[in-house]
Ligand binder design. Structure first.
Ligand SMILES: CC(C)(COP(=O)(O)OP(=O)(O)OC[C@H]1O[C@@H](n2cnc3c(N)ncnc32)[C@H](O)[C@@H]1OP(=O)(O)O)[C@@H](O)C(=O)NCCC(=O)NCCS
Length: 154
């Protein structure tokens, strides 16, 4: 099996077939998916971003997407997603570890994220990597759900 991580940002071409897979995974399996237009503009808005894609034998079992604030050395994890067929094999954890390497390379010192209180699997993943809860926001999600805000110094 061939496996590699690909970093995509505004300086690299986001190939149409990769964009198609990311949109499809997000729409089908992310709790709060973006619409198609948001994906089409993923690198054209103000924030600096990167997507880290896990590619295996030409397939994409998962990806992670970060917003970067390079001036203030912090980042915001917007999405981490592993295809349901590939869950439970450390793909998410390894993606996050590789993303932390990329964040450090780009001068980022801290990142934060929101996770729905009920999303126990994701919370376990973040806790197992040392992220700490700093805040709770009630009614954060459109379904009325509470967000837990977590952070990690990288
Ligand atoms: C969260 C998600 C990315 C985890 O990906 P994954 O590749 O299955 O996770 P891993 O195999 O790397 O597991 C990492 C940790 O998550 C936790 N975890 C994984 N599967 C779990 C399960 N079924 N039940 C409870 N905890 C679980 C464990 O703490 C695990 O670490 P450990 O095996 O060392 O104990 C994946 O479930 C997903 O894509 N969920 C939908 C999208 C989402 O909710 N993203 C987060 C939004 S904030």
């Amino acid at each position: 099996m061939s496996q590699k991580y690909i970093v995509i940002d505004k300086t690299s071409a986001l190939e149409a077939d990769v964009l198609f897979v990311l949109k499809d995974l997000d729409l089908k399996h992310f709790p709060t998916p973006w619409d198609s237009a948001s994906w089409d503009q993923v690198f054209s808005e103000g924030a600096e971003r990167f997507i880290l894609v896990d590619q295996r034998d030409g397939l994409i079992p998962g990806f992670v997407l970060f917003d970067l604030n390079v001036v203030d050395s912090f980042a915001h994890l917007l999405k981490i997603l592993v295809n349901p067929d590939n869950r439970g094999f450390k793909i998410g954890k390894n993606l996050l570890n590789e993303a932390i390497r990329v964040l450090k390379e780009r001068g980022i010192r801290t990142f934060f994220l929101e996770v729905e209180e009920e999303n126990i699997v994701a919370r376990n993943l973040y806790e197992s990597m040392g992220l700490k809860v700093i805040h709770k926001k009630k009614h954060f999600y459109s379904n009325g759900g509470t967000a837990i805000i977590m952070t990690l110094e990288v």
